[in-house]
Write a protein that binds this ligand. Structure first.
Ligand SMILES: NC(=O)c1ccc[n+]([C@@H]2O[C@H](COP(=O)([O-])OP(=O)(O)OC[C@H]3O[C@@H](n4cnc5c(N)ncnc54)[C@H](O)[C@@H]3O)[C@@H](O)[C@H]2O)c1
Length: 332
């Protein structure tokens, strides 16, 4: 198998996770990284031995002609510029979730991907998490019949809210479930009603509920919150249930985590998203990067994941923000 050279733009917490996950793929070389913050670049050099580091995306793309795939892992609100630059330079891109917080920007990204003939892959990694993907397969097999009701709950630790309130909860957290709901329902949303609550007075709600009606007739209820107390030691506490005309499929991530009980309390280790184990990185981020890299090497379309669906997710998210602010139903 030939080597695929990749670059990363945005080397914050999650950009480093991309770096770690790529580095364990024997057919991938992280050829260069870019971050506006010099501290991040220094640690990439010192900790990971990456010598080609850049403070500016355009310079990296000009200098690194051999790079074929670029991960865009900048702040939620500035994915557009590096994505367009990379596509224009002839690179395939993985754009972290939320691909953007503005539907118009998502349309521009999709248009550029088509114009330059390069893949734009949204970072919706749950499509590569075996339990979520199993539900899709069960739906596709016809085992539970046509989906009529979808319930997706996502709870994260309170402490994370300090960082991620920089982006509305629908774009930061619920966007995962919007992509899942669109994937499972297999179509477009036509109507949205949402309501949010803040308990600290933050601009972004810590608790958000959204009810969606799909063109297919399916309904979905999504609930995202940042309310798990840090001391509870539960990093991920999510629930998924799809009711079809002939059956139900569901799972709960909390009991599936590895529970550690000590004299200082309880903690739950999640091994499904991104986890270091025995010198390896496991989880669905690594699965996704592996899948996309192999698709590029073998010239296959990475169609397990869809930028069109991600764009629709941003349109629905935008309607959720409006509905929660105005207290009324929004028709898409
Ligand atoms: N899929 C997931 O489960 C998951 C998990 C965490 C974060 N994310 C997403 O990853 C993205 C990054 O999140 P994070 O937690 O790593 O944020 P972060 O704040 O830790 O890092 C962002 C980095 O991007 C850099 N940056 C911003 N604009 C830049 C530009 N124009 N050029 C170069 N560098 C730039 C910043 O200097 C910073 O180091 C967000 O979209 C976030 O939602 C996804």
């Amino acid at each position: 198998m030939r080597t695929l050279k990749v670059g990363i733009i945005g080397l914050g917490n999650w950009g480093l996770s991309h770096l770690e996950a790529y580095r364990q793929l024997p057919f991938v070389e992280v050829a260069a990284v870019c971050d506006a913050n010099p501290e991040r670049l220094r640690s990439a050099k010192e900790q990971y031995g990456i010598t080609n580091v850049y403070a500016d995306a355009q310079t990296m793309l000009n200098q690194e002609a051999d790079i074929e795939l670029v991960s865009i892992v900048t702040f939620e609100r500035n994915h557009l510029q590096p994505t367009l630059l990379a596509l224009e330079a002839g690179k395939h891109v993985i754009v972290e979730k939320p691909i953007t917080t503005d539907p118009e920007e998502a349309r521009q990204m999709l248009a550029a991907s088509r114009q330059y003939g390069r893949y734009a892959v949204p970072g919706h990694l749950l499509r590569f998490e075996p339990k979520y993907a199993e539900i899709k397969q069960i739906i596709e097999n016809g085992q539970i019949g046509k989906p009529v009701s979808i319930y997706l709950k996502r709870s994260r630790e309170n402490g994370l809210f300090a960082t991620y309130q920089r982006t509305h909860t629908v774009f930061e957290l619920m966007i995962h479930d919007l992509d899942q709901a669109i994937w499972y329902a297999g179509g477009k949303v036509k109507k949205v009603y949402a309501t949010g609550r803040t308990v600290t007075g933050a601009e972004t709600p810590e608790i958000l509920w959204a009810q969606l009606q799909f063109e297919s007739g399916a309904v979905a209820v999504l609930h995202s919150n940042w309310m798990t107390p840090d001391a509870a030691g539960i990093a991920i506490n999510d629930y998924t249930e799809v009711i079809g005309e002939k059956g139900i499929v569901q799972f709960d991530t909390n009991p599936a985590g590895v529970q550690v009980w000590t004299s200082s309390g309880r903690s739950t280790t999640d091994v499904s998203i991104h986890h270091r184990q025995n010198g390896r990185v496991i989880g669905c981020l690594a699965e996704q990067l592996n899948y996309v890299s192999q698709c590029i090497i073998y010239g296959r379309n990475p169609d397990w994941i869809s930028f069109e669906d991600a764009l629709h997710g941003i349109e629905v998210a935008d309607a959720i923000v409006k509905s929660a602010a105005e207290g009324k139903e929004i028709i898409l």
